[in-house]
Structure formats: C-alpha cells, structure tokens
Design a binder for this molecule. Structure first.
Ligand code: AMP
Ligand code: ZN
Length: 113
C-alpha cells in the first residue's frame, strides 16, 4: 500500500531505527515512546490487524511472536514487558498496518485506559 506509513518504513522511504529484520518481519523504535523500551514489530506485508493476520497469513503469527521473544531478550526485559496490538477505533489503532507494541523498562498499569 503506497500510502501506508509502515509499508513506507518497510521500503525504506521513511526512516526508522531498525532493531530486527527478517524476510517477513521488521521491528523498529516507536517515534513517540510510551515506556523506556518501546518497539513496534510488524509484518513486512500489509495486513491491517490481527483479524487479517489470522485470516490471510496465520503462519506469520509464529514469526511475529518469535521476533518479539528475541527482541525482549536482546533488550534484556527480564522483569517483564507488555505486548499490545491496538485494533480498530475502539482499540485505539492509529496506523492501520498490523503492529505489536513491545513496552518495557517500567511497571505497567492495569486496566489500560
Ligand atoms: P497505534 O496507535 O497502536 O496504531 O500505534 C501506532 C504507533 O506508531 C504509535 O505509537 C506512534 O508513536 C508510532 N509511529 C507513528 N509514526 C511513526 C514513525 N514514523 N516511526 C515510528 N513510529 C511511529
Ligand atoms: Zn502497510
């Protein structure tokens, strides 16, 4: 999708601080961090959200979770972290290319806002 922000990050048209990359997954620092560690993990292919992931590319789920585990280890988030995938308007999704937030480096509150 040519007008998708994260597709443009994948293509290198928009800069990002890349932490992890494989054939199908990319992870980069969130531009507006909400925690000391705030990384976005995305599939390189455009999928809008987790519903599309499960419908069209379920095997990518494994690769995304595998990347999340590796990144959490690399960032040394040994005391814990949170994974979030905001979905749709009520979920607070602002970029409609599937992404998992990894948030760590401080205790997280519950329930979320
Ligand atoms: P969400 O609101 O869950 O859709 O998350 C979108 C995230 O993308 C937000 O946390 C933004 O700070 C982040 N974001 C927006 N633009 C960029 C960018 N150019 N590079 C890195 N992260 C971005
Ligand atoms: Zn996209």
């Amino acid at each position: 999708m040519s007008d998708c922000l994260f597709c443009n990050i994948v293509k290198g048209h928009i800069p990002a601080k890349r932490l992890f990359e494989s054939e199908s997954v990319l992870a980069f620092l969130d531009i507006d961090p909400k925690a000391p560690s705030h990384v976005l993990v995305i599939p390189k292919v455009h999928l809008a959200n987790v519903i599309e992931l499960s419908k069209y590319a379920p095997s990518l789920s494994f690769e995304l979770m595998d990347a999340i585990g590796s990144i959490a280890s690399t960032l040394n988030l040994t005391s814990g972290f949170r994974i979030v995938s905001n979905t749709g308007d009520d979920g607070g999704q602002t970029v409609h290319h599937l992404h998992f937030h990894i948030l760590g480096g401080r205790p997280m509150g519950w329930p979320p806002g």
